[in-house]
Design a protein. Structure first.
Length: 59
């Protein structure tokens, strides 16, 4: 890898996860997957305040 490729190298800057529930029986059955994913992204941005949302290319 040359120095021009380094800026495109994927990095992990923070980690978070959703709550765990029983499929179709647990307390999370009314929560949509995209709502859970959005909550994770918000928390990750809180954990990495120097990271601007527009700098994120992919999740």
């Amino acid at each position: 890898m040359n120095h021009l490729d380094a800026s495109r190298e994927p990095v992990i800057v923070a980690a978070a996860r959703t709550a765990v529930g029983r499929a179709k029986k647990g307390s999370l059955t009314t929560v949509r997957p995209d709502e859970m994913a959005a909550a994770v992204v918000v928390e990750l941005l809180n954990r990495a305040p120097a990271l601007k949302p527009e700098e994120i290319d992919d999740l």
